[in-house]
Design a protein around this ligand. Structure first.
Ligand code: NAD
Length: 277
């Protein structure tokens, strides 16, 4: 199995291009799943305060033979903790649960534009960066106007925007905006969240043609678009299958065929209206 390549962020640091997501992994199963992923070669682990499984990630980090400086840990500020002081306090809670002093990447989980706090929250992120508590800061579920406002009113351009992205919802405009501004695109729900993408006849046919699984074809599509991708599974065979995507390529015809499954429909919430805290 070939190693996961890295991409360079706008601050000069590197991020593994494929990582392991733990959304909806029950807290009591998280340590085992993350340990399995690290054994399989994953180095980027993507959790969030809202997933309530940061402790399990911390346990897996602590018991791993892989040194912490070879891992890349991401967590996200939960929606109820927007605001300068809240964000700083919530960050400390995360580092305690994860058992680390310095976090690799901290993301604002959702912009919640209706509460108009994300600029203030970002200033706390900039302080954490300046204090050396976090190596990179980014956002999640930000739309172009939210990014434009952040860049106009603050000093640090987000390193990453983690958004829903898969062949049915490929986010062309947002990816183009990111490329223009040096922001990496990180795909969440990359496999379509088990809601039918991997059974789509186009995807199944391309997988047959390539001698790979539908999940591998879709993950390879993300890699070739230049996205960071963080598939989730708790099944050890699938965990290994999902990282085994660096020894084949999709050609232009394959990429075009995959584009045909586009629906333009999100599977998750619309960041402009999502207000849950
Ligand atoms: P995903 O697209 O990774 O789908 C996961 C599901 O796909 C699994 O539960 C399983 O049912 C299926 N699956 C996984 N591997 C498979 C395989 N090889 N073959 C067949 N089926 C397979 O969805 P996700 O978990 O929602 O997204 C990935 C990660 O992105 C999350 O775990 C989380 O870390 C992150 N995420 C972030 C946000 C956000 O708002 N920032 C939202 C959702 C997810």
């Amino acid at each position: 199995m070939s190693a996961v390549p890295s991409l360079k962020m706008n601050n000069g640091l590197e991020i593994p291009q494929l990582g392991f997501g733990v959304f909806l992994v029950p807290p009591e199963e998280t340590q085992q799943a993350v340990s399995e992923a690290i054994k399989a070669g994953y180095r980027l682990i993507d959790t969030a305060q809202g997933y309530r499984n940061e402790e399990g990630v911390g346990e897996a980090i602590a018991e791993s033979d892989v040194p912490l400086d070879e891992l890349f840990i991401t967590t996200k500020l939960t929606n109820s903790e927007h605001g300068y002081d809240n964000a700083l306090r919530a960050f400390e809670g995360s580092t305690k649960k994860l058992g680390i002093d310095v976090l690799d990447l901290f993301l604002i989980h959702w912009p919640l534009p209706m509460f108009d706090q994300y600029v203030e929250t970002w200033r706390a992120f900039e302080k954490l960066l300046a204090d050396g508590r976090v190596r990179s800061i980014g956002v999640s579920n930000f739309e172009i106007p939210h990014l434009q406002r952040l860049m106009a009113e603050t000093d640090v351009t987000p390193a990453v925007n983690q958004v829903e992205l898969h062949p049915q919802f490929p986010q062309d405009d947002l990816r183009e905006f990111h490329a223009e501004h040096g922001i990496l695109t990180e795909s969440w729900g990359p496999l379509g969240q088990g809601k039918g993408l991997l059974e789509n006849p186009n995807i199944v046919e391309i997988a047959r043609r390539k001698g790979r699984t539908p999940a591998q074809v879709v993950l390879r599509w993300h890699i070739q678009l230049g996205c960071v991708v963080i598939p989730k599974s708790v099944n050890p065979d699938r965990i290994r299958e999902n990282i085994d995507v660096f020894d084949f390529e999709l050609d232009d015809a394959d990429m075009a065929d995959i584009s045909k499954v586009r629906t333009g429909q999100r599977l998750g919430a619309d960041p402009n209206v999502f207000a849950m805290r």
